[in-house]
Design a protein around this ligand. Structure first.
Ligand code: GLA
Length: 415
């Protein structure tokens, strides 16, 4: 089976009807894979909202509909841009893109949630990542009317932007009959972000194009080889997400600084990127204290991610959980991308683990500086874990958080 293979096959999709909705991961036109039988699909209301937005804005029904998921990263943080190993899951929150042939000469993109219109004729559109996706698409895109909507929380570090970009690229695949390899689609969307000054790695987009249901996606960000790693059943392995809702205005600058620091250390060590570094090289090099810490994180995090995959495959969830906690500590102390709110959640989760409540591990996920933490726990421990984390958060910050459980879904698909 091709991992994260191209999922657009068969005849061009016709207008969307409810019974044509397939779970991402189930190739259209094929019987659903029994393993994926209960793989969740985008909620009907999101699909309906997308179609209604297209119709109300452009007066046209959808000819093509595509979905792409958000993600949480289980482990392997701040290493993708150093060619490292990451282990995200795509989550059951989706961006939807619907499109129809346009009557005019330009392609117009309407973001329903932002109530914003962009046109490929319109200079401001040239500066958005969406326009860059269209510009970079490797086939002639005929004039299209496109509407986008998403239920991936925005600004929470759950890759809402990547989801929208991948959904857009996927609807362009359907409209042009130009099928991209999921790796190339991810790369295209990553470059679209670079075009608008966001120097992200490839993890978010790659998870959105290539994840498989009920699996984590092991990505080697140097070779871009992926492997689906089956997750334990939900009763043994539930992923709870807690959005700190901390303002992340500094995140883009701090992210770029981290990326630059890694590039500088790699240059100093005379290697292409930090993936090639090991502990001895770092110990021997004369690095500034900050650079040493950043590099130590990257080297150790790659090792943790490699071991985390092994532990998942071996079913050693206690060891897997320890790696999650260790990853958080490293991001807090060495990479300095955590914040007190994330630490409070992880500390509370650690106490629950020590008290035998059924917590496996916890850490910040994504770029950090706010955003979300994840707590992995046994299915039966979700309610108590959520209750205790909420209590710890309210007592520390006087405001509520609303933990929610996510499921691991497949990557982008045409519906
Ligand atoms: C953001 C970026 C990713 C990755 C993570 C940190 O989500 O978009 O490429 O670098 O931060 O692991």
């Amino acid at each position: 089976m091709e991992r994260g293979g191209i999922r657009i096959s068969g005849p061009r999709p016709k207008n969307l009807t409810i019974d044509k909705i397939v779970a991402p991961g189930s190739p259209p036109g094929m019987a659903p894979d029994p393993m994926n039988d209960h793989a969740p699909a985008p909620p009907l209301q999101t699909v309906v909202r997308a179609g209604a937005g297209l119709r109300s804005r452009f007066g046209t029904p959808a000819a093509w509909t595509a979905a792409a998921p958000g993600r949480v990263n289980l482990i392997g943080e701040h290493v993708d841009y150093s060619g490292g190993l990451v282990l995200p899951i795509a989550i059951d929150r989706w961006a939807l893109a619907v499109a129809a042939p346009a009557r005019g000469p330009a392609t117009r993109v309407f973001s329903i949630d932002l109530d914003r219109m962009e046109s490929t004729d319109d200079p401001p559109a040239g500066s958005s990542a969406l326009a860059a996706v269209i510009r970079r698409f490797p086939a002639d895109v005929p004039p299209l009317d496109i509407a986008l909507t998403s239920d991936v929380p925005r600004g929470a570090g759950l890759s809402s932007s990547a989801a929208v970009e991948v959904a857009l690229a996927t609807v362009l695949e359907a409209a042009t009959d130009e099928r991209l390899h999921p790796r190339d689609k991810a790369r295209l969307c990553q470059l679209a972000e670079h075009d608008v000054g966001v120097p992200c790695g490839i993890m978010d987009m790659y998870a959105a194009t290539s994840a498989e249901p009920m699996c984590a996606l092991s990505i080697d960000c140097e070779t871009l080889v992926t492997r689906a790693v089956p997750l334990p059943p939900p009763e043994d392995f539930a992923v709870v997400v807690i959005n700190t809702k901390v303002n992340r205005t500094l995140a883009v600058t701090a992210y770029a600084e981290r990326r630059e620091a890694c590039a500088q250390v790699a240059a100093q060590l005379d290697i292409a990127n930090l993936r090639a570094a090991d502990r001895t090289m770092i110990d021997r090099a004369s690095l500034s204290l900050v650079h040493r810490r950043r590099a130590e994180h990257v080297v150790a995090e790659n090792d943790r991610t490699r071991r985390a995959v092994e532990m998942l495959e071996r079913g050693d969830l206690a060891a897997f959980g320890d790696l999650l906690f260790a990853s958080h500590d490293s991001l807090r102390v060495l990479y300095e991308v955590s914040c007190p709110e994330l630490d409070t959640i992880v500390d509370a989760a650690r106490r629950l683990r020590d008290d035998g409540v059924g917590v496996i591990g916890a850490r910040m996920t994504g770029a950090g500086f706010g955003g979300c933490a994840i707590v992995v726990c046994r299915g039966g421990a979700v309610a108590e874990t959520a209750r205790q984390i909420r209590a710890a958060f309210v007592s520390a910050y006087g405001r509520e958080v609303a933990p929610f459980v996510v499921r691991a879904v497949g990557g982008s698909a045409v519906l």
